[in-house]
Design a protein around this ligand. Structure first.
Ligand code: HPA
Length: 248
């Protein structure tokens, strides 16, 4: 079983031959959406829409703990999440696909750990490398095999949202070493790590971050839908390749 978490721009997976949907309950409540089970290239897949199938759940209200718990209960081989980001680094222009290798957390007030209200001894997960290197490698290899342009590595900052950032906040993030900014990477990646999942993210640049590129005065949101729709064609091709690599 291979798991995919879809974000903005990917609430459905058109390459998936769907077999059934299942509402899963977890000790942390219900996930954002029923899990969709199906096959890609004859291999078993489970898909979860992070913001719900109608894209109605904002980043700060996503039940990340329930989402990851539900996926973990299926004992998946790998988990690939798809997330849209604003590009800060000069080469991260709208439409680019990038596989981050580091993350910085600027979120607050979210349920961010499974180590709550337990009487177990305190544990600290190692988070030096937040993403699974093997899963990242599969994504990069699949992109190469499928002739899809992809950027290897970058620092992702998770902001609280749902508002976009100020230009000064983006300048601050850049000084911190951040290359791209999104709203869902945390606590998702840390929870995946707590559960021992082999998790990595495919980030799709939806827009220049505030104050960057053509967005010196305002972030143009009119183009985001078309940019994501186009880029997701490439993402789906890469996902098909990753599933195939994982299955054989
Ligand atoms: N900022 C934060 N999150 C985002 C952005 C952005 O500019 N674009 C897509 N997700």
């Amino acid at each position: 079983m291979f798991a995919i978490i879809g974000g903005t721009g990917m609430t459905q997976l058109s390459c998936l031959e769907i077999s059934h949907r299942e509402i899963v309950r977890t000790p942390y409540g219900e996930p954002s959406s029923p899990l969709t089970f199906g096959r890609i290239k004859k291999l078993d897949i489970v898909f979860l829409a992070r913001h719900g199938y109608g894209n109605t759940i904002p980043p700060h209200l996503v039940n990340y703990r329930a989402n990851l718990w539900a996926i973990h209960s299926l004992n998946p081989t790998r988990v690939v999440s798809v997330a849209s980001v604003g590009g800060i680094r000069a080469d991260l222009t709208p439409g680019k696909i990038v596989i981050p290798d580091q993350i910085v957390d600027h979120t607050y007030g979210r349920e961010f750990t499974y180590s709550d209200n337990t009487d177990k001894p305190v544990t600290h997960i190692d988070f030096t490398k937040p993403y699974s290197e093997i899963t990242r490698g599969y994504i990069l290899k699949a992109a190469k095999l499928e002739n899809q342009e992809i950027i290897d590595g970058g620092v992702y900052a998770a902001t609280q949202g749902p508002r976009l950032e100020t230009a000064a906040e983006i300048n601050m993030l850049e000084r911190e070493g951040v290359d791209m900014v999104g709203m869902t990477g945390m606590p998702e990646s840390a929870l995946a790590k707590e559960l021992g999942l082999h998790y990595a993210t495919i980030a799709v640049v939806a827009n220049y971050a505030a104050g960057r590129g053509t967005n010196t005065h305002a972030v143009r949101l009119e183009d985001v839908h078309d940019i994501l729709e186009k880029a997701m064609v490439g993402v789906r091709t890469i996902l098909e390749g990753v599933v195939e690599l994982d299955g054989y």
